[in-house]
Design a protein around this ligand. Structure first.
Ligand code: CA
Length: 341
């Protein structure tokens, strides 16, 4: 497939590794099996792609009453068949064995549900911090499909699910919670995207306490000349640079947060790029998800790969192994056992 990378002479190669669907999101690498996990939010489907054999499993996670959107799936540390998910307004856990059929349906066990008083919201992007807490933010379906104005009250928020399965709210007045990642422990920075703020922001991050504070802007998209692009999912490389998926922007941008500017971009053959994660044996493959919803018929015809997951190689950059959810396993298994009774 065509390759392109502005600002560099690298031999960057972009290859779709799945068939396109309406929306792929939430990529997460699993080192043990060389597996790429990702989700198909609108359908409530999680995908498990074994990259070395090509085996491709789909897990349909049933709606348990707070909405059907599945936006995050992350393995539970120390429990190979358990995964924490965000589904509707709930954090939940599912069991997914390797031996399950390639299409499998599961009823999740709800751990916590947020915003019972505010049912227009639902979870969107999420990720585990370096201590294994799961941070995930919501979006507000009352905002869609319009672009919100400053006058609108934003009802979404950023939450954190802790190992003892409690939830704390960390950021409110969020429009569309999206990308999140952490610098190495030493630098202690949490990076965060509220897409409709058109901004990549940073917070001080206290890994021990699991606290964030002192929000500031790293890069404002409008000020950087990105008038059309919506910042979406995000990851970080070993040099501390941020790689951000640009919805409507046909690209992933690499931001040096110390300089507060874009230092590189990778162009894609479809406009709605949704998220990114590092994977592969050396963590030097950038897996990139995408979407065809919002495209007109004409646009869709000219972007046949829209909605595929892509593998990008030759970037000359790499990431670190991702964090899994470090639950209190006794507590988690008690919750599952209670559900089965
Ligand atoms: Ca997203």
């Amino acid at each position: 497939m065509e390759t392109s990378s502005s600002n560099t002479g690298d031999a960057v190669h972009i290859e779709p590794v799945t068939d396109p669907v309406v929306l792929t999101e939430g990529p997460h690498w699993v080192e043990e099996d060389q597996v790429l996990l990702f989700v198909e939010p609108f359908k409530g489907n999680a995908h498990r792609l074994f990259t070395q054999t090509g085996r491709h499993q789909v897990l349909h996670v049933e709606d348990v009453g707070s909405g059907p959107n599945l936006t995050v799936i992350v393995p539970v540390d120390g429990a190979p068949d358990l995964f924490v998910v965000t589904l509707g307004r709930s954090f939940a856990v599912v069991e997914w064995k390797h031996s399950d059929p390639d299409y499998h349906v599961v009823t999740p066990v709800v751990l916590q549900t947020v915003d019972e008083h505010n049912k227009s919201t639902f979870f969107n992007d999420g990720k585990c911090d370096p201590s294994g807490r799961l941070w995930s933010g919501t979006m507000d379906k009352d905002l869609l499909p319009e672009v919100p104005t400053a006058a609108k009250e934003y009802k979404a928020a950023l939450f954190c699910l802790t190992p003892d399965l409690n939830v704390k709210t960390w950021v409110t007045q969020v429009a569309l919670s999206n990308g999140l990642c952490w610098s190495s422990e030493k630098l202690k920075v949490f990076y965060y995207i509220d897409s409709y703020a058109y901004s990549v922001d940073a917070f001080d991050y206290d890994g021990e306490a699991g606290e964030i504070k002192n929000r500031r802007v790293v890069l404002n998209y409008k000020a950087a000349g990105l008038t059309k692009d919506l910042p979406d999912g995000m990851t970080i490389d070993t040099e501390g640079r941020l790689w951000v998926a640009n919805f409507r922007g046909s690209k992933v941008v690499c931001i040096d947060p110390k300089l507060g500017r874009i230092v590189r971009q990778v162009d894609f053959p479809c406009q709605n790029i949704t998220s990114v994660c590092w994977g592969g044996p050396n963590y030097d493959v950038l897996y990139v998800t995408s979407a065809y919803f919002t495209l007109s018929n004409e646009e869709h015809q000219s972007q046949p790969s829209a909605g595929a997951v892509f593998a990008v190689t030759g970037l000359g950059a790499k990431g670190k192994p991702p964090m899994n959810f470090k639950a209190d396993l006794t507590l988690l298994r008690e919750k599952i056992a209670l559900h089965k009774q």
